[in-house]
Design a protein around this ligand. Sequence first.
Ligand code: ADP
Ligand code: MG
Length: 728
Amino acid sequence: MPILRFKALEETLNRVPVKINEPHKRSDIFGLNVFNTTIMQQALTKDAFESLKNAVDKGSKIDRTIADQIAVAMKNWAISKGVTHYTHWFQPLTGATAEKHDSFFEILDNGTALEKFEGNQLVQQEPDASSFPNGGLRNTFEARGYTAWDPTSPAFIYGSTLCIPTVFVSYTGEALDYKTPLLKALHVVDKAAVAVARYFDKSVKKVNASLGIEQEYFLIDSALAKSRPDIILTGRTLLGHSSAKGQQLDDHYFGTIPNRAMAFMRDLETECMLLGIPLKTRHNEVAPNQFEIAPVFEEANLAVDHNALLMDVMKKIAERHQFTVLFHEKPFANVNGSGKHNNWSLSTDTGINLLSPGKTPMSNLQFLTFFINTIKAVQDNEALLRASIASASNDHRLGANEAPPAIMSVFIGQQLNKVLLELEGVTKGKLSPKEKTDLKLNVIGKIPEILLDNTDRNRTSPFAFTGNKFEFRAVGSSSNCANSMTVLNTIVAKQLVDFKTEVDNLIDNKDMKKDDAIFNILREYIKNSKQILFDGNGYSNDWEKEAKKRNLSHNKTTPQALKIKLKKESISIFENLGILNSTEIKARFDIELEGYVKHIQIESRVLGDIARNHVVPTAIKYQNILLKNVNGLKSIYNHDFKIHATAQLSLIEEISQHVEAINTTITLMINARKKANKLSDLTKKADLYANDVKPFFDIIRKHCDKLELLIDDELWPLTKYRELLFIK
Ligand code: ADP
Ligand code: MG
């Protein structure tokens, strides 16, 4: 009998016969717990397999009898691996993943017990999921929400459960999850990109958005994490003085991975391999205890599912290793926060990465077409892109002193800037044969160089071209990437549709040749996209000023950033392409804003509680010790006691000042909260939380952190940064 690798934790166990200590290649176990193409091919009849494949590739419908066949094959495969339950696995607007398990087990009328799973259970379910955020799309009387199978993301076994990726929609058809609009956006960008790619190659039939998500995170010893109510309740430290040693020596970044962290990573990688998550890279990040993990890129919908699953697996595996994993964007002050770099590109079914500079003039023109259109899409929709990554926790990076800034800009590097300048310089109208040759040669000559030029990559840029893909770096480490990827793919789709219309117009009505028409439109775009291009230091004040001159938005807070979503022009982009209707957009806006308010409200309560009930009493306790000491000195030295008690007396004084400041500020903060809570207008309420409640956090924190430095270490009730941040 094979020994199961992880016996202890039933629910996090992946039932696969990997023997303990038995060496194995990653490729041997990759995808063993995924109902993937190979397994499907073996388990399904030819018809069923073809039908499923068409559904995946072309979005065609699967009929009932075929669904039954697939369900039975899935069930048999899962049961053979020790699975007892199944669940529709979905991503409601809470940001976490959701599951409701049902057993395959059933009893027939005659009392026979057996395992059953049929097409209708595979295809659709009605979880009683009325408590997920819906922004008023359902009230509890009409609580029906449906989950429906997404065949483009394969089913997988997680613990003892078969998970079927699904979308989550209301009874009346509105999207209640992250996946539904993402799938729609991927569909429209596919159609729009195919239409444009066919200018260059008529055989292109499908374009996939590809996505590789780098995930940053912190690992904290779980016993220590549990000693901090702020970490437990808010995912970050609300106070805590910096450790004398932080990241200033740069000794953690890319350093040797600590043994405990390594054991966690190996365990995690094994589980992810089984689940078909293609993890490839692991390394230390800049801050102490901060790490990064990255998979090989995949089709965007799958990559988003895999990232959501990865976060869940990470939490579970961390528990096994007595770690708490923190996905918060800024868990510790004064050391780097975490992000989730979204590496994004478009690639054709003919195997071409459309954002990869080519070797021939035509393929370079194709590259430039997609490259420039993406830049133009970001230029025209920078505020929407900023809104797509807005959250209370990401505000700590974007609005504050942390990479990257809240201003969206695109970094393309010197070489490509030069290429664009030259393209722009070409005379108006038809290109002369010489210009064509020059231009093409120039383009070919220069682009490949940037691939070699690895230093030319501005780390402070929120949206950077990195050789063969764009990297959207401003996405928050705790977010579900579907949101930002829905917006990015939608705005690029819109841009490509507009581009095609303009080019066709020149060809049809101005009698221009295809290449010339493309050149002409691209040149106009270059002229109009200058505002968004920025290669300098994104952290500097100069950039803030410059960005203002360029009319780029600079929304530091989430409530400010989200406003753009309700503008008529924004709504029409999503409505016209069929991604989200105005009701859905409004509902999402409310959910996000409400989420923001709740988030700040919880932090404010926790901070008030810790400061008043942990810090202040400790300060007073220590002050009493000092007072006792001073009194003792007085009894020995009489009038001379002050000479011997100078330090004590000034400490007593200082403590009183901080205690007083903390107390007053908390009262002010609570009053601000009360005022905000009375407002029924959500937008105004969120603004008050951002502008009137949150600013008190820093003041309270400052005084608490000062007290941490003054008070006897033995008395201090909270685990300190230096203890939290340096795992061995
Ligand atoms: P870094 O940006 O840290 O230098 P890499 O360039 O190796 O790292 O890639 C980071 C991520 O980008 C990986 O997940 C990788 O798979 C992904 N990536 C590479 N090429 C593409 C592409 N064409 N489309 C989407 N993601 C890609
Ligand atoms: Mg990167």
